[in-house]
Design a protein around this ligand. Sequence first.
Ligand code: G6P
Ligand code: ZN
Length: 544
Amino acid sequence: MTIRTVPTTPFAGQKPGTSGLRKKVREFQQPHYLENFVQSVFDTLEGAAGTTLVLGGDGRYHNRAAAQTILRMAAANGFGRVLVGRGALLSTPAVSCVIRRSGAFGGLVMSASHNPGGPDADFGIKYNIGNGGPAPEKITEAIHARTQTIDAYRILDTADIDLDRLGSHRLGEMSVEVIDPVADYAALMESLFDFDLIAARIASGKLTLAFDAMHAVTGPYAKAILEERLGAPAGSVMNGVPLEDFGGGHPDPNLVHAHDLVEKLFGAAAPDLGAASDGDGDRNMILGRHFYVTPSDSLAVLAANATLVPGYRDGIRGIARSMPTSQAADAVAKALGVPCYETPTGWKFFGNLLDAGRITLCGEESFGTGSDHVREKDGLWAVLFWLNILAARGESVGDIVRAHWARFGRHVYTRHDYEGIDSAAAAELMAHLRASVPTLVGQGFGGDTVVLGDDFAYTDPVDGSRSSAQGVRVGFASGARIVYRLSGTGTEGATLRVYIERHEPDVARHGLDPQEALADLVTLAGELAGIRARTGRERADVIT
Ligand code: G6P
Ligand code: ZN
């Protein structure tokens, strides 16, 4: 086994986005493409020699081939050990969990999250640091800079190793341990939640559930935890076998893509809880019987009920939410007398707050919820949190959320996505908004007055780092908001997201369809940005 140094030249565009480098599989399959990026990651790390690296992915097409390449490169770059999930599988939260439990130097997650998989679809790779969380911008910028100057990578000349059997292998000087992808994660979940209580409620028939793994990575996790440990009947986990193309579906847990689950929960024999997760297992969608819980409300309800859960029995230290996430969590934080931080979109911004012990729970409107147990958002964790609350309260999801609204008011919320629009038009639309919204301050619209018009900038309270241009905000005196930003995760054209929110204290109006309740703000949002004129779109492609 010899180490080869392979000359190479930079590829343009190897810039990690909101969540790592995401590109079409075909782009990743170009000779040297993956290698260049992985070597750039390794070149950026200081003090990694002899340490442990964690490796796993969501099972999508190219996952296995990429894992073999990365293993050979890790060996050639002096790592002491790699822990890799069996079948090259590890959910994103499980990578975070394994990094923390094993004291690893960091980890590589092979995933394009909720983007479709297959030879013509997407692949991705992300580096996580020793706290288990996504690398902060300082590191991703250094990685990107390195990709632009790279002239060689190192790789061990050796055959593929068998990733389908648990056990140890040697690759040159480095050891590779193929680990059970579920074991550490399941143990962590058991330490946080009241498994006995949940299992007893399930056994009594008073708590029924359906979990849609969408043929992505959470299938084995959900089967092991929900069916085997908690005793949910076989079949409670739907689409539980990970497939390289996710069965042709789009593994994004929202009302549009998780259609099997939505049909079930809004059908005649609906279970008490319905939930879905995405490609790599970090997102979640929560449904009750004939009831949809927005991710923003979910975070607020978890916070308000946290002391019912053993892992959070002593209360929470604080909450953080991404800027476009509704202010429902702020209301709970206020009532609990704990801080609520507003961060830019992207889980990585929670890392410092979690590490510093300033927050316990965090969440994003993009179907992400999590806590200080790992440093990624965690889909199954959110499902177990809900199950624990349902088991403890013995009420339905709908009743729990409605009672929450009655107490705090409802933060009526919607997100309108315009997908695959022309990138230049999208950039112009944002530039126009950036220039125009400050001038709106003081103007009245439909009985409300604009009190804020800016492009969100964030200064991390822990390390002082500053992130600007994180989304245009229009805030009203009533607390209503319109937020615009461009997606950082798409791989084709640009996606404009418009987030709209209004606080409704009147219980009599809590049952209104958000599209109806927010219709005036939706229209205004379109007009302020000139969406139709600039993008040619009459309406959003996805409304959640
Ligand atoms: C990924 C990140 C999330 C982030 C989301 C935003 O899922 O892990 O933290 O909220 O991307 O996606 P967007 O497409 O809106 O940039
Ligand atoms: Zn994901």
